[in-house]
Ligand binder design. Sequence first.
Ligand SMILES: Cc1ncc(COP(=O)(O)O)c(C=O)c1O
Length: 458
Amino acid sequence: MPASTPAATAQPSSAPPSPAATASPSTDSFWTDAEKHLVRYGPEFTREVIDRAAGSFVHTADGRKILDFTSGQMSAILGHSHPEIVATVQRQIASLDHLFSGMLSRPVVDLARRLSDTLPAPLDKALLLTTGAESNEAAIRMAKLVTGKHEIVSFARSWHGMTQAAASATYSAGRKGYGPSAPGNFAIPAPNAYRPDFTAADGSLDWERQLDFAFDLIDAQSTGSLAACLVEPILSSGGIIEPPVGYMAALQAKCRERGMLLILDEAQTGLCRTGTWYAFERDGVVPDILTLSKTLGAGLPLAAVITSAEIEQRAYERGFLFFTTHVSDPLVAAVGNTVLDVLSADKLDERARSLGVFLRDGLTDIAARHEVVGDIRGRGLLAGLELVVDRETKRSSSELGARVTRRCLELGLHMNIVQLPGMGGVLRMAPPLTATEDELSLGLTILDQAIAEAEAAR
Ligand SMILES: Cc1ncc(COP(=O)(O)O)c(C=O)c1O
């Protein structure tokens, strides 16, 4: 690979780029340019140059077709470049793109009203933003303002985003090296039924005792300023951990006893992914504040904070401020309306339920064939498969997970692996809700082969 191609030839940084420098780089120079000019912001980049994406597949520059079992970044629930989203973006960008943040447009008010129609009372008021972190940032600010307190409780395996308040409530990664997090953030253990830390006589997770103990510790540490609990109904980046039935209601009771608000972050689980419009529907709870992001824009940057008129009123009276450049932007709000149209018209909640059963059955077959599959979990089209070296001890190996993920990619399946201390590698699957059974079967076949090969190589 030449160190310096015409496209990469150095120019003074103040000079305008030449046509050659703006032309699409060859694949040869692509990685040289990427290494030279991109900040590395997380795990290694996937060594593929992606040219385009459509439906359930992404296509590489060298002509490979890769099944996208992560829906982009767990967002593209309608698949890539869904024709109705393409039409909405084209129409909206040509008529009304972006506005002064204090101006309103029809797509924004329509989306706020329509979101409230999909939700139980009293979740009637929406703030439309851009990213998941931003929605949690706004929800935390609102909770602090209306309670007059500042302490925030979250799961020890959480991921709520990379901005200050969201990152302070994120415990699964990224805490070290950035100085103090916001004061008054506390973690409670995530209720992990596969690796229970509090056990009943039969060895199963005793989540009630775990939750009581967790809040004993919270009460011991609190300075009397508990504002809110911010949690995911199913922890995704934490390794697809689904709290048992009854847990969320008990958590909400703990919040109520302490005058705390319950904020549910449905960035990944919201809008039909788990087989119902919202994952919290299973739990018989209604959060005080709900945050939506990823799935709401189906791949475009759109997020929402939704709360009751009562909380909104209290926040308003206290001067709630969350004035951002892209708040209430018409372009992405129009996309959100189209996402709701497609979800309803195509009954994608039902589809996620039935495809979820199909996926689960396929994963169960794989587990029956391979000893290294320790656990299968998840709901609807959000699934997790935990790899272990030994089913008895549940011992893990990061090499095993890395090997399976790598081989899947070579065979044409993109998946994400969660590797956290004390757990095996958890393969996360969240295909588009529009995926077909044939596409899911293809993914399962590739996964089966990759696991078989990794097992044989041990
Ligand atoms: C549950 C959850 N909340 C919030 C976020 C942060 O979203 P964003 O990256 O859009 O800020 C994520 C991202 O993975 C997430 O999974």
